[in-house]
Write a protein that binds this ligand. Structure first.
Ligand code: PLP
Length: 463
């Protein structure tokens, strides 16, 4: 395989086209600890390791593309959240970010609870031995069969999302002779994304029951009147990839106000509030996420203050980080296939995966970084766009980033911070075979979700 610069010559970073991208890094061989899993290192000879194993060896053994997950980092993040919130609060990992039986086992061992939002996620959680009472069930349209299964297995809580669901869950619980613990999900008129939050007067979205117009108060009335339901709290989830705590502040204030209204009207103080997930991570070195202990301190203070002013005993708080736990713990390893320099624009680098293993760039205009990991290079930087192999021009993995100008087919490149919402949103577009998730710890690698095969595809295609 050639290691020389391709014939047309790369686009160097000294003359850049218009666009929104980070400045070229001063050292392309450096792996910024903000975006890479904790055990990732680069040796003096250029070899990159995760969990003590060279990624070139992992590529040989498991193929590319592959998600490589740092188990020690995952566990450390679980512990950081647990320790930050302490025994007086609960941390529910949002399984939709990435769920597998190994992950469920790690969560269980590290003392976390688990959110699921479908029958499939519930089945995975139960198959891996998560006690049902440590699981919460979310979603705006849980099917009767899913609700029935959840109630039957004794799920810890169901988060009610609509008036129909209040009736539906109560009815199913009655029929099964159970009293189901539930929370009501309210929309508080706040939407938070990244560095800003927007206060909206009404909630134009599919999730939750609006606090505005007394809808949520009416939902509480109904839930309290039904024998099949034990209403234990109010739930609010305001957005995703949030760095600014101001949105949580407004949300917590409004939820506590509702608790005070419930006490005044019904004479009951609900014991729990859940403030949801959505805490941001660093996808690029420009992002500055909060540490779990800062988040815990800030949320704890907000809730205590609001409760004190409403004359309420502080309820038990729960939070639901998904991305903030698993997102930073994995990267996607790709092999470079073709390289196409476009004079005056950028160089297109095609990899052996794409939107089938990372839809976030196409879906949310997400930003990522990328690094050459199979060797070191002291070549100058070139502006690249990393694209996939799919039949879609929006098939972009990394919009704008810098790689060494001597990049060549056969090189391995890696995109960090792909632990959340990449494998879990992966598709078979173009009959792509979804990549494996390989967990690495202490010098040992293990497939936790295997690569799909053509037989897997054909097994579903019954002819
Ligand atoms: C998606 C979701 C989460 C997790 O969001 P992250 O951005 O992964 O932290 C938590 N709670 C609810 C209700 C959600 O829908």
């Amino acid at each position: 395989m050639s290691r020389s610069a391709h014939p047309a010559g790369p686009r160097h970073a000294d003359v850049l086209p218009e666009g929104h991208y980070q400045a070229p890094p001063t050292d392309l061989n450096a792996l910024d600890e903000k975006v890479w899993p904790r055990t990732v290192t680069r040796d003096a000879d250029g070899a990159v390791r995760v969990g003590g194993i060279e990624v070139t060896r992992l590529a040989e053994e498991f193929g590319t593309p592959a998600y490589l997950m740092d188990e020690a980092d995952f566990r450390a993040r679980c512990r950081a959240w647990r320790d930050a919130f302490g025994d007086g609060a609960d941390v529910f990992y949002a399984g939709k970010a990435f769920l597998s039986r190994a992950v469920v086992k790690w969560l269980y061992e590290e003392g976390l609870n688990l959110d699921v939002c479908s029958g499939g996620e519930l089945a995975t959680a139960l198959a891996a031995g998560m006690p049902a009472d440590r699981i919460a069930f979310h979603g705006n349209n849980k099917t009767p069969a899913e609700i029935e299964r959840a109630v039957e297995v004794g799920i810890g809580r169901i988060v009610l999302d609509s008036f129909q669901e209040i009736a539906r869950v109560a009815h199913i619980a009655d029929r099964l002779g159970r009293r189901q613990r539930v929370q009501i999900r309210v929309t508080v008129g706040v939407e938070a994304h990244t560095h800003e939050f927007i206060a909206t007067a009404h909630e134009d979205q599919k999730f939750g029951i609006a606090l505005a117009d007394g809808q949520a108060a009416e939902a509480v009335r109904r839930a309290l009147s039904l024998d099949g339901l034990e209403l234990v709290g109010i739930h609010s989830h305001i957005g995703s990839q949030i760095f600014d705590m101001a949105g949580f502040e407004v949300s917590a204030r409004r939820v506590v106000q509702l608790l005070a209204e419930i006490r005044d009207e019904h004479g009951v103080e609900l014991p729990e509030i859940d403030l949801g997930g959505g805490l941001g991570i660093a996808y690029t070195p420009d992002d500055d996420p909060r540490e779990p202990h800062e988040i815990a301190k800030s949320l704890g203070e907000i809730v205590s203050r609001e409760c004190a002013s409403a004359g309420l005993a502080a309820p038990r708080i729960s939070v639901e980080p998904g991305r903030a736990i698993v997102g930073p713990t994995a990267f996607t390893l790709y092999e470079v296939g073709t390289i196409k320099p476009l004079e005056g624009l950028r160089t297109y680098v095609s990899v052996d995966g794409g939107m089938s293993d990372n839809i976030r760039t196409a879906l949310y205009d997400a930003e990522y970084t990328v690094a050459l990991v199979s060797r070191r290079s002291d070549a100058p930087s070139m502006l690249v766009r990393v694209v996939g192999k799919h039949c879609e021009s929006g098939d972009i993995v990394v919009k704008d980033a810098f790689l060494p100008a001597d990049l060549a087919p056969g090189d391995l490149i890696a995109v960090p911070a792909t632990g959340a919402y990449c494998r879990s949103m992966a598709s078979n577009y173009n009959h792509a075979l979804r990549p494996p998730v390989v967990s690495v710890a202490d010098g040992a690698a293990r497939v936790i979700v295997r690569r799909e095969t053509e037989e897997d595809l054909l097994r579903l295609d019954v002819g």
